[in-house]
Design a protein. Structure first.
Length: 82
């Protein structure tokens, strides 16, 4: 199974993601709203890669609400300094 990193650039009203593999090839990307529907759509999109880690920019700052939601959903999250 392929391991991927989902890089997240969070903003107040949206989150932009890029999915990369171990060879730094981009496998997918998207922009999602931060409301419930957008969060659900982002998680559904990410299910295409079952072995994943979320790299959230500013997980202790502007990205904290999203990082916490991901952690509560059982996802593996790491902080990427801004």
């Amino acid at each position: 199974m392929e391991h991927v990193v989902i890089g997240v650039d969070p903003h107040k009203l949206s989150a932009t993601i890029e999915v990369v593999d171990d060879h730094e090839r981009m496998l997918g990307q998207g922009r999602f709203t931060t409301d419930r529907a957008g969060y659900a759509a982002m998680r559904a999109y990410a299910k295409a890669w079952p072995v994943r880690v979320w790299a959230v920019e500013g997980a202790n700052g502007v990205g904290r609400p999203l990082a916490q939601r991901l952690l509560e959903s059982g996802e593996h999250v790491v902080d990427v300094p801004a």
